[in-house]
Design a binder for this molecule. Sequence first.
Ligand SMILES: *[C@@H]1O[C@H](CO)[C@@H](O)[C@H](O)[C@H]1NC(C)=O
Ligand SMILES: *[C@@H]1O[C@H](CO)[C@@H](O)[C@H](O)[C@H]1NC(C)=O
Ligand SMILES: *[C@@H]1O[C@H](CO)[C@@H](O)[C@H](O)[C@H]1NC(C)=O
Length: 828
Amino acid sequence: MFVMGYNRMCLCAFLFLLSTLHDVHGDLSYSIQEEMKLGSVIGNIAKDLGLTLDILSARKARIETEENQRRFCDVSLRSGELIVSERIDREEQCGEKPSCVLKFELLMESPLELHRVSLQIQDINDNAPRFPTDMIKLEISESADKGARYRVDAAHDVDIGQNAIQTYRLQSNDHFVLNVQTTSAGSKYGELILDKELDREEQQEMKILLTALDGGSPQRSGTVVIHVIVLDANDNAPVFSQAVYEASLLENSQLKAHVITISATDADEGVNGEVTYGISRISDTSRKLFSLDRQTGEIFVSGDIDFEEGSIYEIFVQAKDGYGLSSDTKVIISITDVNDNAPVIALKSVTNPVPENVSPGTEVGLINVQDRDSQKNRQVRCSLQQHVPFKLIPSIKNYYSLVTTENLDRELLSEYNITISATDEGSPPLSSVKVVHISIADVNDNPPVFEEQSYSSYVTENNKPGHSLCSVKAHDPDWRQNGTVIYSLLPGEVNGAPVSSYLSVHGDTGVIQSVRSFDYEQFKSFKVYVMARDNGSPPLSSNVTVSVFITDVNDNTPQILYPAPEGNSFMTELVPKAAQGGSLVSKVIAVDKDSGQNAWLSYHIIKSTDPGLFKIDLHSGEIRTQRDISDSDNMKQNIIVAVKDNGQPSLSATCSMFLLISDNLAEVPELKDMAHEDSSSKLTSYLIIALVSVSTFFLTFIIIILGLRFCRRRKPRLLFDGAVAIPSSYLPPNYADVDGTGTLRSTYNYDAYLTTGSRTSDFKFVASYNDNTLPADQTLRKNPTDFEEVFGDLDGSPEHIRLCLCIVVMYCCFYNYNDLHIIICLVI
Ligand SMILES: *[C@@H]1O[C@H](CO)[C@@H](O)[C@H](O)[C@H]1NC(C)=O
Ligand SMILES: *[C@@H]1O[C@H](CO)[C@@H](O)[C@H](O)[C@H]1NC(C)=O
Ligand SMILES: *[C@@H]1O[C@H](CO)[C@@H](O)[C@H](O)[C@H]1NC(C)=O
């Protein structure tokens, strides 16, 4: 055994290959003796192809054969060697052919590549020569002349060349010598030549051993006994009409179909002229296919004639007369091909599943098409059904590559059944189809997509933590984990706190829940981003905004800014005696932190000393006189005002307001009574009474002094000249004057609802702001400059100083009657 070598293909083959998809393919050619042991090494494929073992196994190098053909050898991926995997009998594979070559294909994937491997099988001398029969009967007339020749049936050795029959040897005898002849086809046969005349009376018969010898080493031989019978009469041997008969026969001919008739004639008469036929030598296969009528010489079909099994047969026929004289002829029967084999489509290799992101033109399979017929009947055309993103590209020989023609998308179509049809060119043509199933593997190429562009949710304030606000949903058409969507909040801040302290999103369901209770008065809406991510690697994601709108609940009672709420202090407004009906006396100012209806305030007088005297504007809170003030009216008027919002249920707050019908503060001697009807301690009451008495005394005294002092120079100025001054400190920071329309501003988005609409527009709002809560003693304390104006001329004298002190004391007492200050004032 030896390696013949590894050839590159010749130029023409090379050019042919350039037009195919594949790289250059070389032929590998090896030679090996028949009957090698299994596992014997034929050659080193890896070395001959210049590939490493790793590549060889990664590319799944393997031997492919034609359909029905045995494989005989395999590639060992461990050693890279081509080894014998089945018994190879040259005689079985090639018969008498002088050269026996087995052809295989070596297939490698990614990229698909095909190498032709031819394996030359060398003959070994494993068969001995054999004669067709054990004994040859030779009947020779005693009158035969010296030198007469008698052909002896040739022995046959299935080996070829040197291992075939080389010579014959005849056992030594008195009458015959052997002459070895060679036929035109190169086979050898022997002839007996009569060397010394026979004499029937001396010897009736004789047996001579003939040995056939081949040229192999060791030499093998076969023998036959030649039985010579010496005949009495002078006879003629039969003569065939043709030296060689030739017939042609369609394959698949029916049993008993007539093939050819051979005929031989004999010049003798009677029994000696009766010719019978017999087959002298026939191969085993031919014996099963043909039969000979001994009498007529007709040859019939007696088996299945298949062109693909054999296309030509030889039969040696012998004609014999009654004496046993015979002659030979040869019948050659050639079989004509019929298109009886449909093409066979074999899927040699396929990438399955195919990732959906392969580019167009990617090879996904290798297909082999074969037709066992010959010539035109063997020409095959291959095609795919329409509308699949695949096509067939002819590759070498009868191989086709299956390649993609478009981008694949598993989300659109996840599998293809590709129907390949092959038709030969016989008439009628035969065709076959094969369905190749290709499934498409997923690649994470789709990000999750939210059902909606954005989500919004409305939640009423004071909600419970854990309240479900809404749910987001995203779809990802990818497969399994590539399409599994996980939701999460994107980090961010709302009012300076992380979003996670406001909301949580359920990773699987996308349900968004509040984490805390929301307060509409703190913020009315906020936005978060929710991300949907799939589980692929790398993962894909998308995000969506979720806006949360908090709706108002009437949870804030109206807050009265002016006058200060009941209990903390009491306030007094001076109403000039001359006030006419409809004149503005005061105004209740209230705000509500809620919004909309919940902050729409209405003002009602729920209790008043003289119900007919004052009225309050329902919406502006302005308190006006209903009629002119008359002298009979009580000087002290007490009004309790309720401020209600319009919520469901509505909330309200009350305040009381004290109105003093007077042109002068000094005319109010019993003011404290009004303010302090419900004083808790009797002791305090007495104290107050005492104080008021003292105060009244001083007040009267002062008025007299002031009257004396000023009556000449100017009229005393009214402290609150029909106007209501509201200290700046009443206004909390977030409330601003609103436009004078007096209507509700649009929607919920404003902080305070105030009505103005007063014709006189006499509120003086000052921008600066100190504190929400007002110390009581500041309530109506005017700027010191007012006092300087009043007491501008009282300077220097101790009398004046005492006077001033008295006024201060009175002031203190008046406004801080229930304080410790009283004591201090008294001491002073
Ligand atoms: C492909 O063929 C298989 C089996 O015959 C069948 O189950 C499948 O539905 C077919 N697929 C398509 C896309 O036609
Ligand atoms: C998901 O996609 C990746 C590529 O992006 C792929 O390798 C993997 O096989 C896919 N998973 C499934 C379950 O299809
Ligand atoms: C949200 O998605 C958009 C595109 O859809 C992207 O531009 C933006 O950067 C993403 N935002 C975050 C916070 O990831």
